[in-house]
Design a binder for this molecule. Sequence first.
Ligand SMILES: [Zn+2]
Length: 141
Amino acid sequence: MFCGEPEKSRNHLLFACPYTYGLWLQIIGSLLRPTPSPDWAEILARIFHSAHDRLASIFLRLALQVTVYYIWRECNERRHTQRSRPAHRLAKVIEKTIKQRIMFTRYYEKRGLMEVMKRWFVAHMGFYALSSNGVLSSTPL
Ligand SMILES: [Zn+2]
């Protein structure tokens, strides 16, 4: 599907496939250290049962949910339209969706989560600033 490998099992897509694994690593950035293996069970265990801080885990759950959704969508699009997006382009869409979800759900009102997001945005998209009304905007350096 993504890498030329005929296997379409869940374990291949999440995240043994080099395309989806690369995508996932790009999405989580430095939030999961040491870098997780492509093993689905390990990733779930790390996100849901590890003792990293609670806010990072809220963020990682959201990231996982959005990433899995977009991988599924990309599969369908490739099947039906023969169009395909490189991983870095899909990553941009996923990052934008995560950011919007956090803004819509007013997660940003939890101070700690804002810190996690800032860490994430700084690593991904350069410098971001939070205005007094809670709007996160990018500021060119
Ligand atoms: Zn693959």
